[in-house]
Write a protein that binds this ligand. Structure first.
Ligand code: ZN
Length: 684
């Protein structure tokens, strides 16, 4: 690990911030905080914290001695000055004379010490920053350091390696007690460059931002050098794997389905983030995976996001997927029972009023394949996967030099159920389509992109499928929720299979499929060529069948229901002149929708359609809109507003109908008409 400090860049930031009235101390604090936060070997997802002691004004008095500590809700990698709320230092220092302080009082006291009462809550490690005397203090959960401390003889390894360069702090839960303990150890040797907190992380400090930052890098580098000298020998003897391994696309929907909690009223699915590479496979395929993976997380900060342990599943064989499902179900039940036992045992020893958390694992190791991070949203799944991948590196490092050990289960419990940790997860309200994956064909334009956007706003992670891949990617990018864009010719069944596989590999499965891609063909039915009819049937009927076939296969594999949605057309029930080549396959698609409703209702899969009409999208391109209006002897505006409500139908109106049907759990074989009102095209 090398210093990434570039004086020129640091000074540029100082100048930029000076214009906004931000002090040099704060500018440099922000600069090195970001350097640390952008390195996953040091800090991940809101972990770690930093501080600076400086002077500030509270509007009444100038030149006040303050400490600015990272606030909750901010990531070190992209911190800004408001992410480092200022507190009156002298007030915090008054706490040093206390012998004990409850967490609630500590948090309240920290809030009362803020210069700006509107600031975010300062870190729960604030007092440690306040009690140490240095101007700049950095704290990370460096992976390499944890590989060394998370050993039976962790303290001895650290002491031999660092000598008097660091003070060694035994494991104490963060908060007041840790601050007092760390300070005591620092005072016994004030020449140290930092403190190593066993089973937790590392602090470095200095008179300047640069000194503190470079000490952190140097100290972590020592650990990294030590680990690389001891090499990554055959750390994990590998277990034997099946000769007919199953693919991720086959296996992930099964795993996703097992983790879902489905009732007739709701289907609480999850999003999976699948990871696999050589290091991950070494780890999950190790014969001792049940030992080292079940010891616990590397640093207590991770426990609220990935729980203490992952679920381990035996390797799946492609010809015995039912066996895999059965065994995995048993393993999951055992995992949940185990979690319940862990709760009951530790709750009995705890004085707090703990509520048992959901026992669903946040990480699942699948031997032979890799692992998945599990979350209610794509973002939460990614956080879990990032943290676990980091744990794999740390545990592998620890196993290379000895045997991985963690703090006790009751200490981990204390951290997992600590109200101050749980507070980090509070306040997240779920959207109706969080936990859901939607795939839409023809998603790059018109009704397709409007529907993709509405579903994404409702929380869904979207797979935008279109012939035009760059447009599909552009739409996906704008949707958020880690949505992806994929190229696909829906008239080609192999291409359709490919995008469904990709969706399963990306999110673990699919809940909602909108079969939307379509195009118009015209011609008088008595004269139209067979070729034209076949072309229209290929896209306006057979493609819907390919898509629906792939969809129900994934949905059945998950066993958590699903929603099939077809963009049909009013032509299916109300033919227009010269529109036979378009209306015929659409009528067949309406029947197809009913057939799926009939045969897949028992699997909890709904099948519905939308009959839209006269929506001004690129379906009406190349003069078609003008020609349809002319065919009726009216203007384009009259044509678009020529309905009972006299309102033009927009792509967003059709999207709303798809969203309503996606959410309707007790409607199947239904058609919603979105045409502004047309009695001849109305159903029954
Ligand atoms: Zn920490």
């Amino acid at each position: 690990m090398k210093s990434k400090w570039v004086e020129e860049l640091a000074q540029t930031l100082v100048c930029e911030y000076e214009k906004q009235g931000v002090s040099e101390d704060m500018a440099l604090r922000v600069y090195s905080c970001r350097l640390l936060g952008q390195d996953p070997a040091l800090v991940l997802h809101g972990g770690g914290n930093v501080s600076v002691k400086t002077t500030a004004s509270d509007g009444l008095n100038d030149n006040l001695q303050v400490i600015c500590v990272k606030g909750s809700g901010w990531d070190m990698g992209d911190i800004e000055p408001p992410g480092l709320p200022s507190m009156y230092l002298d007030r915090l220092l008054e706490l040093r004379s206390f012998t004990s302080l409850s967490d609630e009082n500590m948090v309240a006291y920290q809030r009362r010490s803020l210069l700006d009462p509107g600031s975010p809550n300062p870190s729960i490690e604030t007092l440690m920053h306040a009690f140490l005397p240095h101007a700049f203090i950095d704290h990370t959960h460096a992976t390499a350091v944890l590989s060394l401390t998370n050993q039976k003889n962790g303290e001895e390894i650290i002491s031999n390696l660092y000598g008097t360069r660091v003070g060694i702090v035994p494991y104490v839960k963060p908060g007041f007690d840790l601050a007092i303990k760390a300070c005591e150890i620092y005072t016994s040797n004030p020449d140290v460059e930092g403190l190593i907190l066993l089973n937790h992380g590392i602090f470095s400090f200095g008179d300047t931002a640069k000194e503190s930052y470079e000490r952190m890098i140097d100290l972590v580098d020592v650990a990294e050098q030590y680990l690389s000298k001891h090499g990554r020998k055959a750390i994990f003897p590998q277990s034997e794997l099946p000769t007919t391994p199953a693919s991720a696309a086959e296996v992930l929907p099964i795993v996703r389905g097992l983790l879902a909690q489905t009732t007739s009223e709701a289907s609480q699915t999850v999003i999976l983030d699948f990871r696999s590479n050589e290091n991950i496979l070494d780890f999950v395929n190790g014969v001792e995976v049940e030992r080292y993976s079940q010891m616990g997380v590397m640093t207590p900060d991770h426990i609220i996001r990935i729980k203490n342990k992952p679920l381990v599943l035996a390797p799946p064989k492609s010809d015995c997927l039912d066996d895999f499902r059965k065994h995995s179900k048993q393993s999951l039940e055992a995992f949940k029972n185990h979690y319940h036992k862990y709760f009951v045992e530790n709750d009995a020893k705890s004085e707090a009023d703990n509520q048992e958390l959901d026992a669903t694992p946040c990480v699942v190791l699948i031997q032979g394949l890799g692992f998945v991070g599990v979350g209610n949203t794509a973002k939460a799944a990614k956080v879990a996967a990032d943290l676990y991948e980091n744990n794999i590196t740390g545990i592998a490092g620890a196993e290379a030099i000895g045997k991985y050990e963690t703090i006790s289960s009751s200490e981990l419990f204390e951290m997992e159920y600590w109200s101050l940790e749980q507070a980090k997860l509070a306040g997240i309200t779920e959207k109706p389509l969080d936990r859901k994956v939607m795939l839409i064909t023809g998603g790059a334009n018109g009704i397709g992109s409007a529907t993709a956007r509405l579903m994404a706003n409702a929380g869904a992670s979207v797979v935008v499928v279109d012939l035009d891949v760059s447009k599909a990617e552009e739409v996906a990018q704008s949707l958020g929720n880690d949505s992806i864009g994929l190229a696909c010719d829906v008239t080609n069944p192999d291409d359709v299979k490919r995008v469904f596989n990709a969706a399963c590999e990306t999110f673990g499965g699919i809940d909602i499929v909108v079969s939307n891609a379509g195009r118009t063909w015209q011609g008088s039915i008595g004269e139209v060529s067979l070729e034209t009819l076949k072309e229209s049937f290929d896209l306006n009927f057979f493609a819907h069948q390919f898509v629906a076939q792939c969809a129900v296969k994934v949905m059945k594999s998950q066993g958590s229901g699903g929603a099939l949605l077809f963009n049909i057309s009013k032509q299916a029930v109300n033919p227009g002149n010269n529109f036979g080549p378009y209306g015929l396959p659409k009528a067949a698609t309406m029947f197809l929708m009913k057939q799926y409703a009939l045969e897949y209702g028992k699997h909890g899969i709904t099948s519905n359609g939308v009959n839209a009409d006269r929506v001004n999208t690129n379906l009406f391109a190349d003069g078609l809109l003008e020609s349809r209006a002319k065919a009726r002897g009216i203007s384009v505006d009259q044509y678009l507003e020529g309905n009972l409500l006299e309102r033009e139908v927009l792509a967003d109106d059709v999207a709303q109908a798809f969203l309503n049907l996606a959410l309707a759990r007790k409607t199947t074989s239904g058609v919603i008409t979105v045409d502004g009102g047309n009695i001849s095209a109305s159903l029954r």
